[in-house]
Design a protein around this ligand. Structure first.
Ligand code: NAD
Length: 259
């Protein structure tokens, strides 16, 4: 791959697994320096960054910061030394009827999935404005565009981050900075992969049937999206082809939101 993002530093929140790690891989493969993040500070977190950097021949660091805390979100950007590319990806989920939804779960989901992006964006923008170049990529969800029952906090946060993306895009339009939201449907992450055996047991179905008939019921392609596809979309949003793509959403959902 050509190193189109050489000289750019990317901070990806919530990137020691799943989609965040896939996006970090794709940006590093395109030549970007990457900063991985999660709330843990284990030797394996730092080893992950070291390995990724060595494989792609780029500088890669891991910086621990809890995205549920506003000051830690801002400190992440500061410790990184600012960034040219900000990917707000950290996210958690909890499922319960709205009248039984635990308040602490609501608060945590809103803080991690939405408010963290407000803080990191605010912290990153000054440097982007000074350079006249910046890319903010928010990992929203099909649930940023449509709802499912029992996911009130997640759906509210993901709709919120779509709104935040549009607002930021308008505020920085014409300054070389874009802000967009990627809206994946069901993505085959290690976390999702780990659920398949239980689903097979619960529904007494083989792997292919449970994926098709249970897990991907709302995804018309009946195929998972992949972390590589989300990573590739992030690289596209950072490319000159996307210079005028801002304040919008890109769905990677096998047709879910076309229904
Ligand atoms: P994941 O659990 O593998 O990744 C979530 C990441 O966020 C992890 O690195 C985790 O350590 C980190 N994280 C959690 N709490 C944090 C905190 N307080 N501070 C810092 N980091 C924290 O799950 P994933 O599926 O890769 O999800 C990544 C993003 O993609 C989320 O925003 C999720 O809502 C979104 N998404 C996922 C899917 C899917 O099907 N997997 C679909 C649409 C959107």
């Amino acid at each position: 791959m050509t190193k189109t993002l050489a000289g750019k530093r990317a901070v990806i929140t919530g990137s020691n697994s799943g989609i965040g790690l896939g996006v970090a891989e794709a940006l590093a493969a395109a030549g970007a320096e990457v900063v991985l993040n999660s709330f843990t500070d284990r030797p394996e977190d730092h080893a992950l960054a070291k390995d990724l950097g060595e494989r792609h021949g780029v500088v890669a660091r891991y910086i621990a910061a809890d995205m549920s805390e506003g000051d830690e979100c801002r400190a992440l950007i500061e410790k990184a030394g600012g960034c040219d590319i900000l990917v707000n990806n950290a996210g958690i989920q909890f499922v319960a009827p709205v009248d039984e939804f635990p308040v602490e779960k609501w608060d945590a989901i809103l803080a991690i999935n939405l408010t963290s992006a407000f803080h990191t964006t605010a912290a990153a923008l000054q440097g982007m404005k000074a350079k006249g170049w910046g890319r903010i990529v928010n990992v929203a969800s099909a649930h940023g565009l449509t709802a499912s029952p029992y996911k009130s906090a997640y759906v509210a946060a993901k709709h919120g981050i779509v709104g935040l993306s549009k607002t930021v895009a308008l505020e920085v339009a014409g300054q070389g900075i874009t802000c967009n939201a990627i809206c994946p449907g069901y993505v085959l992450t290690p976390l999702v992969e780990a659920q398949i055996p239980d689903q097979m047991k619960a529904h007494k179905m083989d792997r292919e049937t449970v994926i098709r008939e249970v897990m991907l019921l709302r995804q018309p392609s009946r195929q998972f999206a992949t972390v590589e596809q989300v990573g590739g979309t992030a690289v596209y949003l950072c490319s000159p082809a996307a210079d005028q793509v801002t304040g919008t959403t890109i769905s990677i959902d096998g047709g879910w939101t076309a229904l």
